[in-house]
Every structure is written in structure tokens, then in C-alpha cells.
Design a protein around this ligand. Structure first.
Ligand code: GDD
Ligand code: MG
Length: 330
């Protein structure tokens, strides 16, 4: 599992917490991803760690998470996606067919079907594909009728993508893929390894319409949680934690309110996520925004349009923020 990136698009939240340790409603993202893998029989995972590895080690000191036994591979410098796969696979002793997942993807993909498709096609690698409206921020993957990958185009310029089916960030790979990856330097699986496999006709892909979201941006970090309380992925999850305090006259509409949050009277929270221990002052409005753990929004302030307030940061009373980062420039 690739979990070593800097989480730049989710700064400032990721300045203190790595992306995959950010909460999705009631538990860290990584627990949901590992739980989905475990449901398909995965018992062991090597975490490809780089940025803030201690956050993972501290959270799972006995090396178990969501039914999966964890092994840790910590890069001394970022090796990029393929370099990280090679380093983690070798340190985990992998010498047979294995699964790679991007740790920021929440999906109901049928991993067992992907595995069987891979074996059935005698492929060296198989990628899960998902359809998206705007493919330009993903790896775009046109295929032949039998599923063979014709091209792998990472993050094409807007309007130039040959299809809207994109790399869903879940792969089944043969151990031979590891021999393709240079040792000890940065290698991108999307820009280097997959294009080389395409040229040798050994890369396949399976189209899937299952629920899928990459929770790595403010918009998708928010949407991934609203989908869960809306019941888009099964029975609706509880939106407001039992330990949150909502004072009389406050309005909570289509939002996730995590443990220990306090929302004072007259405040309005819509389409937003309030992380644990955050506090919203009287008459403040929080719309389409994310408030970090322990952060405080002052009375009467308006926090709007995908503003992200960092953990333990404060928004003064009476200000208006639109699409802002707090602190600024983070
Ligand atoms: N260990 C380690 N080392 N992990 C890394 C490194 C690294 O140097 N760089 C990135 N990662 C991890 C990230 O933490 C994340 O879990 C995963 O690799 C993918 O990186 P992102 O930064 O989230 O990539 P992306 O979302 O822009 O694009 C990737 O995912 C898309 C699907 O969500 C690509 O694989 C695209 O092709 C794909 O469509
Ligand atoms: Mg991502």
C-alpha cells in the first residue's frame, strides 16, 4: 500500500497528519482501505512509508489494522510510486503475484474479480479502471477489446485524454515487474514502468463501475464522507458523533461532525466536515469546508467554498474566507 506521499493538495491538514491517517468520519482513511482489502482475503500488507511514518507506527503499535497484519517499509527519501513499490515489496519478501493500492482511494471495487481477470489473461500486470468526468488529474488508460492496455497517459492536458477511463490505483502485479524498476532512485510507475509494459503488451486493465473516489483533494476528501452519510455505499453512516455538542439554535445540514466537536448557538454548518475537537463559534457559517482537528472558528465568521482550516488553527471572529487555506499559503 502506497502511503508515503506528502499529501500536498490537502495541506494544511497534512502538515501534521499524513493523508491516509486523516479521519473519514470515525476512523483513519487507511483503516477503511485495509478493511476493503481484508474483505477480499488480504491478510498482510506492506506499508510503503515516507512522509511522517511515525504517525502509522504510533497508531498501530502491535502491527495490526482492520484485520490485516502490517509490515513497514520506510524510505529514507521519496522513491516515487514504482520505486516505493520495489522497495516495499523487497523488504516485505514478496516473490509472487501481489496487489498494489494507492492508499488514498476509497472504493467498492471487486478485488477478487480483478485478481481472477489478471490470472485469466496471463498478464504481467492488471490495472483497475474507473470512469471519471475530468480525466486530466489521473492516469488515462485506453484498452483493446480484450482488455490489453494500449497506452498509459499520466495527467494529460485538459481536453486531450483519449478516454475517460482512468487508473483507479489498484494493481495486480507479477513479481517480474519488480525487476523492471531501477534500484535506489525515483521511478514513477505511471510514467515509466507502465508505459514500458504497454510497449511489451504485458499490461491489462479491467473496467469497473464500482464506487470509487480518490480522497486526496479538499473537494474529494469532503465528498468521500458525504457519500458515506448519504448511504451511497450501503447503509448510511452516522453523521454527528455522539460526543459532539450541538448547542440550541445551531443548524447541522448534510455535514460530518466528529468526536468532541462543539457547535455554538446560531451557527450553520452545511456540506462540511468538522474534525475531532474543533469548535464553531456562535452565528458562524461553515459551508463546503473542512475544519481541522482542534481548530476554532470565531463567532460570526463565514468559512466558505472549500476553505481548509489546519489542525489547531484559529479563524478570528467576524471574518469571511472563501476557498482559503488557514494558515495562508499552506
Ligand atoms: N511510499 C511512497 N513514496 N508513496 C508515495 C510516493 C513516494 O515517493 N509518492 C506518492 N506516494 C503515494 C501517495 O501517498 C498516494 O497514496 C499514492 O502514492 C498515489 O499518489 P498521489 O499523489 O495520490 O497520486 P495521484 O492521486 O495524483 O495519482 C495517482 O492516483 C490516481 C488515482 O487516484 C496515479 O496513480 C494516477 O494514475 C491515478 O489515476
Ligand atoms: Mg491520489
Amino acid at each position: 500500500m502506497l502511503v508515503g506521499g506528502f499529501g500536498t493538495r490537502l495541506q494544511p491538514l497534512t502538515l501534521s497528519t499524513p493523508k491516509q491517517m486523516l479521519p473519514i468520519i470515525d476512523r483513519p482513511m487507511i483503516e477503511r482501505v485495509l478493511g476493503s482489502l481484508n474483505a477480499h482475503g488480504v491478510t498482510d500488507a506492506v506499508l510503503a512509508l515516507g512522509y511522517r511514518p511515525d504517525a502509522f507506527l504510533d497508531a498501530y503499535p502491535d502491527g495490526h489494522c482492520a484485520g490485516v497484519e502490517l509490515h513497514y517499509a520506510v524510505e529514507s527519501e521519496p522513491l516515487d510510486t514504482a520505486g516505493a513499490v520495489r522497495f516495499a515489496a523487497l523488504s516485505g519478501g514478496i516473490d509472487d503475484t501481489f496487489i498494489v493500492v494507492n492508499g488514498d482511494v476509497l472504493t467498492d471495487l471487486d478485488l477478487t474479480e480483478l485478481w481472477n481477470f489478471h490470472k485469466g489473461h496471463d498478464a504481467e500486470g492488471t490495472i483497475a479502471l474507473t470512469p471519471v468526468d475530468d480525466p486530466s488529474r489521473y492516469g488515462v488508460v485506453p484498452t483493446a477489446d480484450d482488455g490489453r492496455v494500449l497506452e498509459f497517459v499520466e495527467k494529460p492536458a485538459p481536453g486531450t485524454a483519449p478516454t475517460n477511463w482512468i487508473n483507479a490505483g489498484t494493481y495486480i502485479l507479477e513479481a517480474s515487474v519488480l525487476d523492471r524498476i531501477a534500484d535506489g532512485r525515483r521511478v514513477s510507475i505511471e510514467r515509466e514502468t507502465f508505459p514500458a509494459m504497454v510497449a511489451e503488451r504485458s499490461l491489462y486493465a479491467l473496467h469497473s463501475d464500482a464506487y470509487w473516489i480518490d480522497a486526496g483533494t479538499p473537494v474529494t476528501y469532503l465528498d468521500s464522507q458525504l457519500d458515506l452519510i448519504d448511504g451511497v455505499r450501503g447503509s448510511a453512516e452516522r453523521a454527528v458523533h455522539e460526543t459532539a455538542t450541538i448547542l440550541q439554535g445551531a443548524v447541522i445540514d448534510h455535514s460530518v461532525v466528529m468526536a468532541g466537536v462543539v457547535v455554538e448557538s446560531g451557527a450553520v454548518i452545511r456540506n462540511s466536515v468538522l474534525l475531532p475537537g474543533s469548535r464553531i463559534g456562535a452565528d458562524a457559517h461553515v459551508l463546503h469546508s473542512v475544519i481541522g482537528a482542534g481548530a476554532e472558528v470565531g463567532a460570526g465568521s463565514e468559512v466558505l467554498d472549500y476553505t481548509v482550516v489546519g489542525n489547531s488553527r484559529d479563524v478570528p471572529a467576524g471574518v469571511r474566507l472563501e476557498g482559503a487555506r488557514v494558515p495562508e499559503g499552506s
